[in-house]
Design a protein. Structure first.
Length: 81
């Protein structure tokens, strides 16, 4: 059983619902973000801070996160133990 991952600023997501964690700077992740915004699938969990990671979920939602991808991956690994 996997747990709940803190994505910063009071936000959290179920670890088993995460499909991918990607950096926000690439063109594909920017297109993904724009498409999700247009389709009302974008969740901004940065609370005005800089976006450091983009999380894609099993429900095809895109979550913008203020924590680095490396930190998120480490938290996911810790929740699997």
């Amino acid at each position: 059983m996997t747990g709940i991952i803190s994505i910063g600023f009071g936000g959290s997501v179920m670890a088993d619902k995460i499909v991918a964690v990607v950096p926000p700077d690439s063109k594909p992740s920017m297109r993904l973000r724009d498409t999700a915004r247009a389709e009302n699938r974008l969740i901004d969990a940065t609370q005005g801070h800089r976006t450091r990671a983009v999380i894609i979920t099993t429900s095809n939602h895109v979550i913008l996160c203020g924590i680095s991808p490396d930190t998120l991956v480490q938290r996911i690994k810790e929740s699997e133990v």
